[in-house]
Each structure stands twice: as structure tokens, then as C-alpha cells.
Design a protein around this ligand. Structure first.
Ligand SMILES: O=C(O)CCC(=O)C(=O)O
Ligand SMILES: [Fe+2]
Length: 196
């Protein structure tokens, strides 16, 4: 017996629990998404595809953009380009595209989204990467930190307008309660075949 059972998997050396590109979108690009939010029908946020109200987990108001909506194509393509590039550098996941509506969320005072992963049962089991675009000026609200749980540390993502935060959908994250003002974000989920 050799005492070995080699699988020899390829290894990643650039993995990060979360990364970001500050000011990736311009103020004008953000403005377009804010107008979309204003023009659409909004509802209280539910949790993943379970369609559940979980008031202890999440409180915010949301609306959605279809990924092939021509009006927002330049914005959505620019976001997709970043997902592809960051995936090549850091994650090497198999990605198929954007198959879910993009979420625009508004967090008013006391709104929050407690610790969770975007990867879950059903449709959420095909989520590979999550991207959050910061749509509000940091000076316009307090609280509302997008945080990642990395071992025992809570890592804050930058809040500057137009910043995109990218992370594997299986990473624990939260948005802390808003203590004043209003925070808006756009979240896209990049789909791929199941982990295998
Ligand atoms: O608002 C954010 O930046 C993130 C929200 C979030 O985690 C989600 O919608 O799954
Ligand atoms: Fe999330």
C-alpha cells in the first residue's frame, strides 16, 4: 500500500471572501438605476425563492429589473463584465450568465438584512457570485453597513457611491440596521451549474 489517495485538485491562490471596485459606476449610471427604482412597483422584501416573509431576518423594500431589459443594457453589461473578470482572477467558478432579475432594494430607518448566504435551496442553489452596487452617498445615511463574516471577523465593504462589492454567494453577509437616512443597493446574482 502507498498510503495515499491523490485527487490532485487544482488550487486557487487569489480567493477572497469579498472584494470590491470603488466607484466602478459613475454618478450618472447610478442615477439611471435610481430612476428605475422610482418608476417601478415595489414590495416588501421576501427571502430567496421561498417567497417567505421572515421579519427577523430581513426588512426592506425591493423592486426588480429583468437582466435583458434593453433600457438598462449598458449598466447590466458593465456589471456582467466585472463579474467575468473578477471570476477569472479569483474564483474560477463555472458561470452561465444572469438568469435572475436584478434586485434594487431600499433600506429605510430600522431596515436591515441579518446574517445569511445568497446560496440556498432551489433556484438559489445555482447562484455562484453575488454583486452589490452601492447606490447611495455614504453621507446620506448611517448604519447600513454591508458586512462579511470572515472567521470571527466582521469585514465592512466600502460604501462609496458606484462601488461594486463581489463575493461568492455562499459567503455569510449582512446589512446592519439603518439608524438614519436611506440606503439603496442593486444586487445581481450570477448563475452557474451546480458546484461539482
Ligand atoms: O444590500 C446589499 O448590499 C446586500 C443585500 C443582500 O445581501 C441581498 O439582497 O441578498
Ligand atoms: Fe445577500
Amino acid at each position: 500500500m502507498s498510503g495515499k489517495l491523490p485527487f490532485n485538485p487544482p488550487q486557487l491562490s487569489q480567493f477572497m471572501d469579498a472584494c470590491w471596485v470603488e466607484s466602478y459606476f459613475t454618478k450618472d449610471e447610478v442615477e439611471l438605476i435610481l430612476k428605475a427604482y422610482e418608476s417601478k412597483v415595489k414590495s416588501a422584501a421576501q427571502v430567496a425563492d421561498e417567497g417567505l416573509d421572515m421579519p427577523d431576518l430581513r426588512k426592506s423594500t425591493v423592486t426588480f429589473l429583468e437582466p435583458d431589459d434593453a433600457e438598462y443594457a449598458p449598466f447590466i453589461h458593465k456589471l456582467a463584465q466585472l463579474a467575468i473578470q473578477v471570476n477569472q482572477q479569483r474564483y474560477a467558478f463555472d458561470l452561465s450568465g444572469i438568469y435572475e432579475p436584478l434586485q434594487i432594494a431600499q433600506y429605510d430607518s430600522d431596515d436591515f438584512f441579518d446574517w445569511h448566504t445568497d446560496f440556498s435551496n432551489g433556484q438559489a442553489s445555482t447562484r455562484k457570485l453575488s454583486l452589490s452596487v452601492q447606490l447611495s452617498e455614504p453621507s446620506s445615511y448611517e448604519g447600513g453597513d454591508l458586512q462579511f463574516k470572515v472567521n470571527t471577523n466582521e469585514i465592512n465593504a466600502p460604501k462609496s457611491l458606484g462601488t461594486v462589492v463581489i463575493f461568492p454567494s455562499f459567503i455569510q453577509h449582512r446589512v446592519t440596521p439603518i439608524t438614519s437616512g436611506i440606503r439603496k443597493s442593486l444586487v445581481a446574482w450570477i448563475t452557474g451549474p451546480h458546484f461539482k
